[in-house]
Design a protein. Structure first.
Lengths: 233, 190
């Protein structure tokens, strides 16, 4: 009973702190330093390091990157670019493996507030530095609020946190991380939830942004062997 | 069952020397994984079966025995199960960062487990293969009344999440590669 009251108090305190920091986000050096430290560990341990410093998505109200224009708000649309045909099935649907980075180093997304020019610069750079197998198959979209609302084994905790991990050459970059260490027995269920919410809005590369991004992509990158995403009924 | 692949370009001259006819054609692809131990049936450019070669390892192929076969008029089509297994094997040859986002090198134990599971499972529909960022292989069934995501953890264990009808089931079980764990057999085979 005492332990339950303590947990409730601890959670209330954490929420109060988040509300305070929402209005004073510039003060949260602790969170941005935690993310800087996470860059120095092995990639597979990055999410664990961030959970250790910012458990249960505590730092979501903070700006965690100096390149970011602010924390990711709930109503922001998040675009997960599908850049490996491995994650697309033969019917043009994404597979849950598209989100498995959320448990290891962070699952990269683009904030849809980015301009087409910004996205084009990032996408071309990404495709050119990657292996030839990497190709743009399409985009799936969900809001940050929907991602944060997901629950799996622990119904009282949000599964995933969304942070504004902007980079110097990609200021719209953000990431989805597990917000607590999800047990391997619960991993497939958590991935399924991400699959469900992102499958709601699916675009092939030629449909996204009315094909504006596709048309401006270099022909050699357009020619790569991609498995196009298909809008699901 | 064939368990490895080799770059055919490195052994084409050896294969060409093996085939007796005056104008041997160079093989173009492996199209059938034979059941006679580690062997691969190679098909030449004219799509006529020529013989078996013994695969020594994943990086080298040596000619140990040639068993000439009567020519066949057309190559057998790859079955769906072979396509899935072939895709998993191909992924096993990928290097780290195969997705451009820092994914780990595929775990060969995990891939091998997934292929064995695929061959043991007898389901109406075949699964799609998966490869996770941590290098683990997976199998995914998706139909009107079944959603099953099975991840091969690489240490004789599998993690699963299955929705069958209105029910949801999840956990981690041992997989000894001899038979499908009972709980999974019941849920995915119906």
């Amino acid at each position: 009973m005492i332990e339950k009251k303590y947990q409730t108090f601890s959670r209330l305190l954490s929420k109060a702190k988040q509300l305070f920091l929402r209005y004073f986000s510039r003060l949260c050096r602790r969170c941005s330093r935690a993310f800087e430290r996470a860059e120095t560990v092995e990639e597979a341990e990055r999410v664990k390091t961030i959970i250790g410093a910012c458990p249960e998505g505590e730092c979501e109200c903070c700006r965690v990157s100096e390149h970011s224009h602010g924390p990711v708000r709930g109503n922001e649309r998040l675009a997960r670019f599908v850049l490996s045909p491995v994650h697309v099935d033969k019917k043009g649907r994404i597979k849950p493996s598209l989100f498995s980075h959320a448990a290891t180093k962070g699952c990269s997304i683009q904030r849809e507030s980015a301009s087409t020019d910004e996205l084009l610069a990032w996408l071309e750079g990404f495709l050119r530095k990657g292996k030839p197998d990497v190709a743009w198959c399409g985009v799936v979209v969900a809001t940050a609020e929907t991602v944060r609302s997901l629950r799996a084994a622990r119904k009282d905790l949000q599964c995933f946190a969304v942070y504004d991990t902007a980079q110097a050459d990609n200021v719209s970059h953000a990431e989805i991380f597990e917000s607590y260490p999800i047990d391997e027995a619960d991993g497939p269920e958590a991935r399924k939830e991400l699959l469900r919410i992102f499958s709601g809005e699916t675009f092939s590369s030629q449909q996204y942004r009315n094909s504006d991004l596709w048309k401006r992509l270099s022909p050699d990158l357009q020619a790569r062997q991609a498995v196009p995403l298909v809008k699901q009924p | 069952m064939f368990t490895g692949t080799a770059p055919l370009g490195t052994v084409a001259p050896t294969i060409a020397a093996l085939f007796a006819p005056a104008q041997p054609s160079l093989p173009t692809d492996v199209i059938h994984y034979g059941t006679a131990g580690n062997a691969a049936l190679l098909v030449d450019c004219g799509a006529r079966a020529r013989g078996f070669l013994l695969v020594k390892s994943e990086t080298s192929l040596s000619v140990v025995d040639a068993l000439p076969l009567p020519p066949v008029s057309a190559a057998r089509e790859t079955t769906e199960s072979e396509r899935v297994a072939g895709e998993l094997r191909r992924w096993g040859m990928l290097e780290s960062d195969w997705d451009g986002e820092g994914a780990a090198t595929p775990d060969r134990n995990s891939i091998s487990s997934a292929i064995t599971f695929l061959h043991l499972a007898s389901t109406k529909e075949l699964p799609e293969p998966m490869l996770h960022a941590n290098g683990h292989a997976g199998l995914l069934w998706r139909s009107d009344d079944l959603y099953a995501d099975i991840e091969f953890l690489g240490n004789a264990r599998v993690a699963y999440y299955i929705e069958r009808g209105q029910g949801k089931h999840k956990g981690v079980v041992s997989f000894d590669r001899k038979k499908i764990p009972d709980v999974l057999a019941t849920l995915i085979q119906g």
